[in-house]
Design a protein around this ligand. Structure first.
Ligand code: PMP
Length: 289
């Protein structure tokens, strides 16, 4: 399927009912559009089953709570709605996008308590997030913005507002021929890409940034567990940018990115080595098991 995302066939789940894809609209005075009162999830279904679905639903509720947006749905309600939307799509391998936002209501200022908390779920087919880069090793730019400190914004919420600097940084990266941008955090440590976590390999051991000011991705947690099960030592720690000089391999993890090898970050280069390849293969197997 191609073309505009608003001009497609199918159904979108909206506030408890299915509406025709092209009718899934909101008003221009939607609070979320003005003040970023919006949280979302990105999930993938494989062979008709959403991978780690419950974990994503739990995170969605936690993100909504972090933005003071009380949801009318329980985890079980969300699970049922996602499953129904996937079934309705007729797809077995698909991307699943739940979104929760403050709609249009009596409030048009910053406060939004009088506006309804709304929810929608869309499902569509989405292939490799980085296209061809997936197997060759993606090239990453280094972002100018930093991931913010936890006392400036709810850093663990998957909230629209946290993606503003991601979009700007990714546009700059793509203009330079890169697939993505890597952020440092407010202290200068290596953090994450615009929609994925990062891992490095050195001397057979794996190093990954401590997620103390960014999303502790569900894929990241899965991959850390898989590596430990294989007997590989994983260091979750603060990583300085200069350390990238000594790292041999690198990959990104995320629901959309899955396990994507990285070949270059700024002037640092990495090989698509055995641990990277085996991790990507093992992840592919796990999501379909
Ligand atoms: N960081 C950011 C900023 C992301 O958008 C994502 C994708 N949700 C991730 C990390 C990876 O999270 P997950 O593995 O849960 O998809």
């Amino acid at each position: 399927m191609s073309g505009s995302y608003e001009d497609r066939d199918g159904k979108i789940w909206m506030d408890g009912v299915f509406v025709d894809w092209r009718d899934a609209k909101v008003h221009v005075l939607t609070h979320a559009m003005h003040y970023a009162s919006s949280v979302f999830e990105g999930e993938r279904a494989y062979n008709g089953k959403i991978f780690k679905s419950r974990e994503h639903s739990e995170r969605l509720i936690a993100s909504a709570n972090a933005l003071d947006m009380p949801m009318a749905y329980s985890i079980d309600d969300i699970e049922a709605a996602k499953a129904a939307t996937l079934r309705e799509s007729g797809l077995t391998d698909a991307y699943v996008r739940p979104v929760v936002w403050r709609g249009s209501g009596e409030d048009m200022g910053v406060a939004s308590a009088k506006n309804p908390v709304r929810m929608a779920i869309a499902v569509w087919g989405w292939g490799a997030y980085y296209g061809d880069a997936k197997m060759q090793g993606a090239k990453l730019d280094i972002a100018e913005f930093k991931r913010p400190s936890p006392d400036t914004i709810p850093v663990h919420a998957k909230a629209a507002g946290l993606y503003m600097i991601c979009t700007i940084s990714k546009h700059k990266a793509e203009a330079k021929g890169c697939s993505d941008a890597l952020f440092m955090d407010y202290r200068g440590y290596v953090a994450e890409a615009t929609g994925a976590n990062i891992f490095f390999v050195k001397d057979g051991e794996v190093h990954t940034p401590l997620p103390d000011c960014f999303l502790n991705g569900i894929t990241r947690q899965t991959v850390v567990g898989m590596l430990k099960d294989r007997g590989i030592t994983v260091h979750e720690r603060h990583i300085l940018p200069d350390e990238m000089e000594g790292f041999e391999q690198c990959w990104l993890t995320g629901t959309a990115a899955e396990v994507t090898p990285v070949g270059q970050i700024g002037d640092y280069t990495f090989e698509v080595g055995e641990i990277t390849r085996k991790t990507a293969e093992a992840y592919e197997k796990l999501v379909r098991s």
